[in-house]
Ligand binder design. Structure first.
Ligand SMILES: CC(C)(COP(=O)(O)OP(=O)(O)OC[C@H]1O[C@@H](n2cnc3c(N)ncnc32)[C@H](O)[C@@H]1OP(=O)(O)O)[C@@H](O)C(=O)NCCC(=O)NCCS
Length: 178
């Protein structure tokens, strides 16, 4: 783990740095995300700030020793009454300069803690591009299990991409098999 990495919930004052970080993520890892750089670059800082303010979500940021934002992950609650026991984990990204040093693991550990603070949340779902092995391994390590594969979930100019659907209970008692 990088020395001095801290994780905290992002707030409305982080809108600019969150926008810059995510745009970097979309451009560095074109096939890892469903949104494209081009789509998201059109959104001004106010749009990103509103995302951070949305009370049905929680966005976490990882900061280096100099307090620069270097990674992020987001939880989004389902809205319908019968689905309010679930959140989606999304927009997970760690800057290349800091990759493979434990930042992603720390963000996910904190996201699990955060999900237990959210009222009534029992399950976390996510989707991941099927051939994104670093992400699939990371999610598996913290207890996510694959329950389905969406064939041709995403169509890029070069290829169709499948998405894996993964889930885990939020309970700290849940014993991972990985
Ligand atoms: C996937 C990602 C978030 C991982 O973050 P990270 O900070 O590099 O991950 P960590 O250093 O915490 O690694 C934790 C585990 O992830 C897996 N992992 C991370 N990088 C890996 C790699 N290059 N190859 C294989 N497994 C890898 C390993 O299981 C690792 O555990 P280990 O070191 O004990 O083997 C990061 O690489 C990233 O931002 N990728 C691009 C965007 C993306 O794919 N987002 C996910 C969208 S669903």
């Amino acid at each position: 783990m990088d020395a001095g990495i801290s994780v905290r919930k992002l707030t409305q004052t982080d809108g600019g740095s969150y926008r810059a970080l995510m745009l970097r993520g979309y451009s560095e890892h074109d096939t890892a995300f469903t949104s494209t750089f081009e789509e998201r670059a059109t959104k001004q800082v106010e749009w990103w700030t509103r995302r951070l303010q949305d009370p049905t979500t929680a966005t976490l940021g990882a900061f280096d020793a100099g307090d620069s934002l270097i990674g992020t992950v987001r939880l989004e609650a389902y809205q319908r009454t019968r689905e309010r026991h679930k959140v989606t984990l999304t927009a997970m990204y760690v800057m290349k300069d800091h990759a493979s040093t434990g930042v992603g693991r720390k963000l996910l550990d904190e996201a699990l803690v955060e999900s237990r603070r959210l009222n009534g949340i029992e399950i976390i779902n996510l989707t991941v591009t099927a051939d994104n092995l670093p992400a699939v391994r990371l999610y598996s390590k913290v207890g996510f299990q694959t329950f389905g594969r969406e064939i041709r979930a995403v169509k890029t100019p070069g290829a169709y991409l499948d998405k894996l659907h993964m889930w885990r209970p939020v309970s700290a008692d849940y014993v991972t098999q990985n």
